[in-house]
Design a protein around this ligand. Sequence first.
Ligand code: IDP
Ligand code: MG
Length: 151
Amino acid sequence: MPIEQTLILIKPDGLCRKLTGLTIDRLDASGLDMVAAKMLSVSEKLAQEHYQEHLGKPFYPGLIRYIRGEFHGFKDHRILALVYRGENAISQVRAVAGATNPEHATPGTIRGSFGRVTTAGQFENVIHASANPADAAREISLWFKPEEILA
Ligand code: IDP
Ligand code: MG
């Protein structure tokens, strides 16, 4: 099985709702290793680069506001960026994260347990997790310098 690295972002709702520890607990329980961690405030430019594949979709403007900390009922500009490493890390973390839409996410997954959908239809789903090896490589290099990853 391939040893992979994957990017996780604990999004502003995760920090604001004090779900950071619970989320990391679920990730650690997968047996993968945390090899990088960084707290930051997401610039418009970084948000646009990270979510470039979604440009033009109906939810895109709300998504950029959400990842930058302007979301339903809260204002918190912090996110926690993490890299986890291990066998099949990308699909393992996607499984722990659950489906994109919190209403469809399996109970017990991070999104199924803690995510929600606003009345405006915004998915506040607590975490981002890289979807495939190409995305993981692109996203990790966007958020971390090589020397910040202690693999
Ligand atoms: P993913 O985060 O599971 O990879 P993507 O399709 O890549 O899902 O979408 C990126 C993010 O955009 C989602 O995590 C969610 O925050 C938001 N999003 C995706 N689809 C919708 C939608 O249909 N309505 C509202 N927000 C959405
Ligand atoms: Mg995605």
